[in-house]
Design a binder for this molecule. Sequence first.
Ligand code: SF4
Length: 288
Amino acid sequence: MKVKRAAKYGFCSGVRIADLKVKRFAAGGGRGAILGQVVHNERVVQEMENLGVRTVEEIAAVAEPTIVFSAHGVPPSFHSTAKTQGLQVLDTTCKFVYDIHRESKDALGDDYHLVFIGDPRHREVIGYTNDLDPSKYHIVSRIDEAQSIDWKQYPKIKIFYQTTLNAEEFEDVVKVIEGRTDTVERADTICYATKENQDAARVLALDPEVDVIVVIGGKKSANTKHLWEICRESKRAYLVQGGDDLDETWFTGADVVGLTAGSSTPDYVIDEVEARLAAMGSAVPAHP
Ligand code: SF4
């Protein structure tokens, strides 16, 4: 059994920088708490806890001197709330997320109605919308939601995608909005890192040599789930968080196992899964 990694997988630049910033902070003796998972990967969260930087779900729960804002970003008001509570901020928000904060603010200033395509419970989307007047935006992800809204009342609409989405999956939703009002613009907000991982996963899934695919990532990672969805369109694909989740029976008769990982999956977890696969089937790693 050979293992073939996708041409592009794993940590994106935003997550790599966030991970580094927190590790440097901890190594320098910093004491802090991360608001929400620094990245959506339970292994990384555990690693941070081991370094003394725990995860909390609300600002009020921070007892340490510093609050860490994750790569997904936070509503702007959270910065002032943290300050009011006497907390220092270690901000690891990805610069692409900040670009969307800026672009959506500009669009509001130009009288656009904002539409966010994404999950209203996702921290990134909460970051964009939490502080806004609810009459100024919608969050949609399903076609029935898009059909139920009277878009004609908004002369100008600007559409923003949650960075980690597969835009093609939401084309029908966006088309409904575009068909109901005259001026609809799409902001180019799908993150290149996510897209590169997705494109490489597609190539891996269509590779005739590959029999089955393992996708590695956290339970709450939206981008990992999307990779899995792409892979299973063409091949049997399994989503795992680490080597312990692998089941030997998945690989019965398989000559080549494809491997990819979400953009919040650390390198050492990917290596661990490959090593387990190697142990299961005397794998010969096929990646360079
Ligand atoms: S997926 Fe893209 S937007 Fe999200 S943290 Fe990574 S680089 Fe930033």
